[in-house]
Design a protein around this ligand. Structure first.
Ligand code: ADP
Ligand code: MG
Ligand code: MG
Ligand code: MG
Ligand code: MG
Length: 668
């Protein structure tokens, strides 16, 4: 969630909201000043980095319980000491190998490489060792019965009984949850106030309902016996009984159920703003595909659910829209009816590339027209102006009073305040102040995998895909409403195997696979496809929407539904497959055999996952639970099943057991 720079007196929602317009104005002024200064900025080198989030677990072997360890701030403080020491030394970049940040859950840590990786193919091979190093470093600060694992959702978060160490009863005034205490939230004021201000802005607790997985002995209808109907501690306690908790669903009422999940994110620097905007668009289409392929979250609040991934749970967990904004009441006090949560898929493409037809932006975009006009009056094109003014329909949620006292257009906090609480599938990141960092794009949909090998494989796949998109001038555009449909499809149980996703039939500029002469890397430098080559491929793309037969096609004819296997591995002559394109790209650049073989291994893993030879983490977890001797076929994931599952996850990540279902013969 970014670095926690803000300190001071946080404001309760009633006071904070009075500053909303001011924060928006200052944020927009800041963006304009960055844009004016840096719109021409060129960064010739690709850089990228991953973010991995970890849950810290403590075992109680006597009671067969795996719990979330709450007091890990001391560990983060220790981890950051090294970082801070090193920062004091000039040119210290090389000495810090890992960076650590707190996250929403008080049991979470986020780890990134110490510095972003550089733009050579060889540097892709640093990812997995660095991820391994991170686990080693964390484990030095843990006791023998504690472990940091990469599991997207903790299965028994919010269950009756003990799931936290130390244990607290769920009676906190901040989230007012029926299921989790406030102690589960990171104690930094930002996280606490995010939670209470979302609840207050919305006018009720968040309400997340995930369909229950119906097993042989699951009661029908399923009415959750663990939801307290008669607690009378907060006015919100009535909500569950008054309709917030749906029958046949797993009901959750607090931000931690979403923001307490772990994910895998990749940020990369483009060589300029145009390239960043292109990658933003094309990767947005890939977002739901990768969500389904990395699906890893089938259990919620102790029940097997009928979904496989986290995204919609997080969307619900931070949905601060009022009833008016959700369209449940006519607009009176609020300005917009808003179709989505702050945490959701993107609503508009932003590239200036001619391949972006207006028809692809087919969602009725909600945006602040005054802000849009101001941006356009200051020289920003309509697409980017709409993107920013769409983000800025939101209110800033956490405001520190002191921050409002001294302000100027160079201050990037106000922009970040709104930008960083728009948690979308992609994030377009402008260069930060006083740095030589360029325009960056973040790919945010993936779920974290159990092993570093898998996390490295998916990171490498995405980085190489960006190279292929740029080098071959690929076009993934489909109407953005279809990308949204794909997001919904991605959540379905076993979507990676059983579902089909909207995808573009022809991803090439002129209908044919471009010849590799267009790719001008003479060495293993990953950075930039040659400008001329790109221009020529752009030109051919400009010549219209002719399909292979030369006839003009309508947008509806451009896409169809494909399985993930077809998208990744191809479908004969019909569609080449992303892995095939990546392999072809790798063959056309000059790399040493060793690097080529290493990369092939990661790609092979992704390919086999897409074929179904390797199960998704979600399917593996579901199968583990359903075949556990103590499982009663009733969708309940008991304390003991959870304990065995977490123990098994630990063994897998350490390479202590072979699990061919999940890893085939790959070594972790
Ligand atoms: P956030 O939480 O806001 O997404 P973080 O700072 O936690 O951002 O992580 C961003 C990722 O971007 C890290 O992996 C980091 O290594 C990487 N990164 C840092 N600088 C650059 C850069 N110039 N270009 C690309 N990636 C970068
Ligand atoms: Mg994070
Ligand atoms: Mg985050
Ligand atoms: Mg981060
Ligand atoms: Mg991030």
């Amino acid at each position: 969630m970014g670095l926690l720079t803000s300190t001071g007196t946080p404001l309760k929602w009633e006071q904070a909201k009075q500053y909303a317009n001011e924060v928006r104005t200052l944020g927009i002024n800041y963006f304009l000043s960055v844009y004016k200064k840096l719109k021409e900025k060129e960064n010739s080198c690709l850089k990228w980095g991953d973010e991995v989030e970890y849950l810290v677990i403590t075992y109680d072997d006597e009671t067969k319980n795996a719990k979330l360890l709450l007091n890990i701030q001391e560990i983060i403080d220790e981890l950051r000491k090294e970082e801070e020491e090193a920062m004091k030394i000039p040119n210290s970049e090389e000495t810090v190998k890992t960076l650590w940040r707190p996250e929403y859950g008080r049991y979470m840590i986020e780890g990134t490489p110490g510095t972003p990786y550089g733009g050579t193919l060889k540097s892709l091979l640093q990812i997995e060792p660095n991820m391994k190093l991170r686990r080693e470093i964390v484990s030095k600060f843990l006791k023998p019965n504690e472990v940091a694992i990469t599991l997207t959702s903790f299965p028994r978060l919010g269950c009756p009984g003990q799931f936290l160490e130390p244990h607290y009863e769920p009676t906190g005034p901040i989230a007012r949850s029926l299921f989790v205490p406030d102690e589960v939230i990171n104690p930094h004021a930002r996280f606490q106030y995010l939670t209470s201000n979302i609840r207050e802005r919305r006018g009720s607790k968040v309400a997340i309902n995930v369909p229950i997985f119906r097993d042989k002995c699951t009661p029908d209808p399923f009415i959750d016996p663990t939801i307290s109907k008669d607690r009378n501690l907060f006015p919100e306690d009535k909500e569950a009984a008054e309709g917030a908790a749906l029958p046949n669903h797993i009901y959750m009422d607090s931000m931690v159920f979403g923001m307490g999940c772990c994910c895998l994110q990749i940020t990369f620097q483009a060589c300029n703003i145009e390239e960043a905007r292109r990658l933003y668009d094309h990767l947005a289409v890939i977002g739901p595909i990768m969500l389904a392929l990395t699906a890893a979250a089938p259990i919620w609040r102790g029940y097997l659910s009928d979904i496989d991934c986290r995204w919609n749970v997080i969307a619900g967990s931070v949905d601060d829209r009022t009833k008016e904004e959700r369209g449940l009441e006519p607009l009176k006090n609020d300005r917009f009816v808003i179709n989505k949560s702050r945490y959701d898929s993107i609503d508009c493409y932003i590239s200036t590339d001619k391949t972006l037809k207006p028809e692809y932006n087919d969602l009725d975009l909600v945006y602040d027209q005054d802000i849009c006009k101001k941006l356009m009056d200051n020289g920003i094109d309509e697409l980017l102006a709409r993107h920013i003014s769409h983000l800025f329909i939101r209110d800033p949620l956490v405001i520190f009073k002191e921050r409002m006292d001294h302000n100027d257009d160079e201050d990037h906090d106000h922009f970040e305040n709104i930008q960083s609480t728009n948690w979308q599938t992609m994030r377009f990141k402008p260069p930060p102040p006083n740095s030589n960092i360029g325009w960056r794009v973040e790919f945010r949909s993936m779920e974290v995998q159990i092993t570093d090998f898998e996390n490295a494989a998916f990171s490498i796949f995405i980085i190489l895909l960006t190279r292929v998109i740029l080098s071959y001038g690929l076009n993934f555009y489909i109407p953005i409403s279809k990308v949204d449909e794909n997001m919904m499809i991605a959540h379905k149980r076993d979507a990676a195997m059983s579902e089909k996703f909207w995808f573009r039939k022809n991803v090439f500029a002129d209908g044919n696979i471009p010849n590799d002469g267009n790719i001008t890397q003479e060495n293993e430098n990953l950075s930039i496809p040659d400008k001329e080559a790109l221009d020529s491929s752009n030109n051919s793309r400009l010549n219209g929407h002719a399909d292979t037969n030369g006839s003009i096609s309508s947008v509806e004819d451009e896409y169809e539904q494909m399985t993930i296997n077809e998208i990744i591995n191809g479908n004969g002559d019909k569609f080449p497959g992303l892995i095939v394109l990546i392999s072809r790209y790798l063959e056309s650049v000059n790399i040493d055999v060793e690097t080529r073989c290493q990369l092939a291994k990661y790609l092979e893993f992704v390919s086999r996952r897409a074929k179904g030879k390797i199960k998704t983490t979600a399917t593996w977890i579901r199968n583990f639970v359903r075949s556990h001797p103590k499982y009663n076929n009733d969708s309940v994931v008991s304390q003991e099943i959870n304990y065995d599952l977490v123990k098994m996850v630990e063994k897998i990540q350490k390479g202590q057991v072979a699990v061919p279902e999940l890893l085939d013969c790959f070594k972790v």
